[in-house]
Design a protein around this ligand. Structure first.
Ligand SMILES: NC(=O)c1ccc[n+]([C@@H]2O[C@H](COP(=O)([O-])OP(=O)(O)OC[C@H]3O[C@@H](n4cnc5c(N)ncnc54)[C@H](O)[C@@H]3O)[C@@H](O)[C@H]2O)c1
Length: 337
């Protein structure tokens, strides 16, 4: 356990790790709820400057709730998950890492590649586990797709991630908020870096981009496409992967995955539904964080991978339109908030 300023790195034995959550808004309150139910973690407390959020979590989960990360550290914690707004990830992560505390930071790892690299360097120097919350990798449907294409010659990947505008969203656009999930999946599915980026962006309603059509080529030659926006009245998350031997289709919300295979010269083929588990992705992610700390092994999603995905997202933004046209913004929209 880490108390105050003492720099103690390894967590010995099988006693529960005392874990804290920094930022208990939409995502962090889920972290706190799930952490409270994982044997091996003891939810030591949460920190949030917003008194109402803090008290809500305290009342529901019965854990201490404090105003800031320093007060959380004074409670004595071995590990922390950071779900404060992205522009605060760097400072909060460094505060924790410099006290020898293991860190899981929500995606995107930070606001810039430089800040992400600074977090990685600090964690390496301190010898603590650093994992990044690219939770989609723990979606059982995504894992089934990954398994289905594991030894295949992948040709193309298409991902759709659309939905209505989230009212709380203001500081980032759809690329940093949503597409970064899929950039990470493309890199993970292909085990390859993205080397070419062809983005098309527009801001129809929001200040920042709310429509993005992103095309990529990986070093291994895979063509990939992301269609994401905040203009669709319902949520949809779909992945299709074409390989030389298969065509795999997954719906990440209904968790249905189907593959077509056995293509014949006459155009016929076979089709089967793949069995998908029901694990909660966030729970699986937090258990992976626990195991990485306990075993001292590289975490399932490393800081380096998260920075690589952030870097691609930022490259896409180099093509961001400066501002939506006044006329377009003034026009009535079917979906607003
Ligand atoms: N993995 C995912 O699927 C996923 C989904 C949503 C959000 N996120 C990420 O989680 C992070 C938070 O997003 P959100 O949607 O929960 O935002 P949110 O605004 O709902 O919550 C952020 C919380 O952090 C608190 N906060 C602000 N300053 C703080 C500080 N200095 N110390 C501690 N807490 C502070 C706020 O009061 C708020 O309660 C972002 O980085 C976002 O990208 C990830």
């Amino acid at each position: 356990m880490i108390v105050g300023d003492s720099r103690v790195q390894a967590v010995k034995g099988n006693s529960a790790l005392r874990v804290g959550v920094v930022g208990v808004g939409v995502m962090g309150s889920n972290h706190a709820r799930v952490l409270a139910g994982i044997p091996g973690f003891q939810l030591a407390g949460v920190a949030d400057p917003d008194g109402a959020q803090r008290e809500l979590v305290k009342r529901v989960l019965g854990c201490p709730a404090v105003e800031d990360v320093d007060a959380l550290i004074r409670l004595g914690i071995d590990a922390v998950t950071i779900a404060a707004p992205t522009h605060l990830h760097h400072d909060i992560a460094l505060t924790c890492i410099n006290r020898g505390i293991h860190v899981l930071v929500e995606k995107p790892i930070a606001s810039s590649v430089e800040e992400g690299n600074a977090i990685i360097a600090a964690a390496r120097w301190a010898g603590v586990t650093l994992m990044v919350g690219h939770v989609e990798r723990f979606n059982p449907a995504v894992q089934v797709i990954k398994d289905a294409i594991r030894s295949e010659d992948i040709l193309s990947i298409a991902i759709t991630r659309v939905g209505p505008f989230p009212p709380r969203m203001s500081s980032v656009g759809v690329v940093i908020d949503l597409a970064v999930h899929d950039i990470d999946l493309i890199r993970w599915f292909t085990d390859s870096d993205i080397v070419e980026v062809q983005p098309q962006l527009s801001s129809a309603v929001a200040e920042l981009e709310d429509i993005a059509l992103l095309q990529f080529r990986t070093a291994s030659g895979v063509l990939a496409h992301i269609n994401t926006n905040w203009l669709t009245p319902f949520k949809a998350r779909d992945i299709t992967v074409a390989t030389r031997g298969k065509y795999v289709m997954g719906d990440l919300l209904t968790r249905q995955v189907t593959e077509c295979f056995g293509f014949q010269p006459d155009g016929s083929y076979s089709m089967r539904h793949l069995s998908v588990g029901h694990d909660e992705p966030l729970r699986a992610e937090l258990i992976a964080f626990l195991n990485a700390i306990r075993n001292g092994e590289p975490p399932a999603v490393t800081g380096e991978e998260a920075v690589a995905s952030l870097e691609i997202a930022i490259r896409c933004l180099e093509h961001r339109p400066r501002a939506a046209s006044a006329a377009r913004r003034a026009a009535p929209r079917r979906v607003a908030g």
